[in-house]
Write a protein that binds this ligand. Structure first.
Ligand SMILES: [Zn+2]
Length: 153
């Protein structure tokens, strides 16, 4: 199923809804309506998957929210309070918290906690600024605790 099919389905869905409302069924949930809604949700999830082009990605272990692509994984050698941490060049569907200066093993950084945009779980942190020149490469990168994510294909 491609995006074209999805748009067609949405157009059809809005027609179905218009017909539904014209019959005066504004508040009543009917089984067929629920069935169409579940098909539509399935179509949307398929189209979201298509964005990843079949590439593996990591999702929130708590709620399956897609968070980062395998292609954006830079290093697995980070240590977090829950154990191993992965560094990604980019993450999606995250909320970046208030930044603050923190002294880590490799120097002083301005970092911000990151949270899952769907369930609010604390996932790790983002390096906003590195004060040491040798650590500048970390700026903008995110660390996600291995224990908080699941790999998907
Ligand atoms: Zn989540």
């Amino acid at each position: 199923m491609g995006f074209g099919d999805l748009f067609e389905f949405e157009a059809l869905w809005s027609k179905v809804l218009a017909h539904h409302f014209s019959l005066g069924c504004k508040t009543q949930e009917t089984p067929w309506k629920q069935r169409i809604a579940s098909v539509l949700r399935w179509c949307l999830s398929v189209s979201e998957m298509a964005q990843f082009g079949g590439n593996p990605f990591f999702s929130c272990r708590n709620c399956q929210n897609p968070l980062a692509l395998r292609d954006d994984l830079i290093s697995k050698k980070f240590v977090t309070k829950s154990g191993a941490g992965y560094m990604f060049s980019h993450a999606m569907n995250i909320i970046v918290g208030q930044k603050e200066d923190r002294k880590l093993i490799t120097g002083v950084f301005s970092i911000a906690d990151i949270f899952c945009s769907n369930c609010g779980e604390v996932l790790g942190w983002k390096y906003v600024r590195a004060y040491d020149i040798s650590q500048k490469y970390k700026e903008g990168k995110v660390i996600i605790e291995r224990a908080k994510i699941a790999k998907e294909y």
